[in-house]
Design a protein around this ligand. Sequence first.
Ligand code: MTE
Length: 317
Amino acid sequence: MSNRFKSVPVRSSEITPKHVYLSRRDFIKAAGVVAGSMALAACAPEAAELTDAPAVDAGSAKTDELGNPLNSYEEITNYNNYYEFSTNKEAVAPLARNFNPAPWTVEVGGLANKPKTFGVEDLLSLFTQEERIYRLRCVEAWSMVIPWMGFPLASLLKMVEPASDAKYVRFETVYRPEEMKGQGSPFYPWPYQEGLRIDEAMNELAILATGLYGEAMPSQNGAPIRLVVPWKYGFKSIKSIVKIELTDKRPETLWSTVAPNEYGFYANVNPEVDHPRWSQSSERRIGELSRKPTLMFNGYGEQVANLYKGMDLSLHY
Ligand code: MTE
């Protein structure tokens, strides 16, 4: 493990205040570039490129380990995929406003010697909350750089002691059709579920995130607790988790049930394997004007490539 990923415990007070990051946006406004809404509207994979505007960057205080500036709090919290609320990314935040993430429990069980139901407040005090700056690459070919707060999924799994026959981990989102109107849609098999192989789940990079920018997780980003698996397409990073189950069977996942030829179980970011309807070789970073090449494993190969040794990743997409 390269030590550039060694994360250190940080108090929220030590994280650069939000206004420092927001200043980048102010600069963009001052420069007269209509960055926000134009860029956001161009987010769909088939959308046209905007290449003629000047590149503007006031130089964020923090970057990821590759030197990419963070996306702003506004960008991260106003452009969301969360089908339980809406399929329209800009409608999610207003619709999620009345979602109540407290009280909240997460049931962790299945093939475990010490299954247990945790209150979210227990998870916040049992595990040191660390900041992790990760790239999030959506399967739709847009991306962001997000400063999450959270703790390794492995720490929680170790606490419940997986049984020797546990091979996979299954995750389930809350089911509240009254509060989440999208769950009334008959096109999706609710609740949202996802899964990882147990060695993937134990990898140091996989975290349960409880906040971002040093603040509690906003509802539209998956309050109060969600998975973040940065080397996989964003749909693996399931939001608002109520259940984590160790199992010996590969879990069904919402997206592979809906469209098995488009969304595989592994869903590792891979610029060489196109989505049947669009290329995955490049991506549009929200808030930027030109595309970037997509990196194998979203740039985290050094940490995760060994999990897939001997597998043909064009077949196991
Ligand atoms: N989790 C649930 N429960 N429902 C969803 O619709 N969308 C996924 C993932 N987790 C989704 C979900 C997709 S496609 C992406 S790209 C990320 O959440 C987006 O996370 P963000 O809105 O915090 O950027």
